[in-house]
Unconditional design. Structure first.
Length: 182
């Protein structure tokens, strides 16, 4: 079994790296598991635990997707969860209609293989950190407010990937199983 997902890899530009560094410094007092810079990605579809013999069929299905390359922006720092119980820090994918379209195609292509679409409303986003505990909620909210409301990086998408996620005590390791050019 392999834990797999389809995603767009983010190649962080200097402004995003600077933003991410400042955010980590400002929130150093809270218990947050930050995403490693080399693991930054936007998930198109989390497929989950998959028998290895099914992976070639998934790869074949995803290779049928052909859309023009596109750009979208990352910005507007937000949280999943509530103000009182935040769970995830993320950057929103702005002007993301082409990204949403790609996500829909990925889901449609693997549906005949038995992979149902997610029931929750899809929010295109770049996860920055998983929040374990916020030490000062008022300060945390101020930092979120100070860092939100602006675009940080334009992301060009000309390919997407099928990744394997290998979970370790130190965090996940992502391996590219296949690259799909748009």
């Amino acid at each position: 079994m392999k834990r797999v997902f389809a995603a767009v890899k983010v190649n962080p530009q200097p402004e995003l790296l600077h933003f991410f560094s400042r955010l980590r410094q400002q929130l150093a007092g809270s218990a947050i598991k930050w995403v490693e810079e080399e693991n930054l990605h936007l998930t198109l579809k989390f497929i989950g635990e998959t028998p290895e013999e099914k992976i070639p069929a998934i790869e074949e299905a995803l290779s049928n997707i052909h859309v023009p390359p596109f750009d979208f922006e990352l910005g507007n720092l937000k949280i999943f969860g509530s103000r009182y119980n935040p769970r995830v820090l993320f950057l929103e994918a702005l002007n993301a209609e082409p990204f949403r379209g790609l996500t829909t195609l990925v889901k449609e292509q693997i549906l005949p293989l038995g992979y149902e679409t997610d029931r929750q409303n899809f929010v295109p986003h770049l996860t920055l950190g998983r929040i374990k505990k916020v030490s000062d909620k008022t300060y945390f909210q101020k930092v979120i407010s100070d860092f939100s409301g602006r675009a940080i990086q334009t992301q060009h998408v000309s390919e997407f990937y099928l990744f394997e996620s290998i979970l370790h005590n130190t965090g996940p390791e992502y391996r590219i199983l296949k690259t799909f050019n748009l």
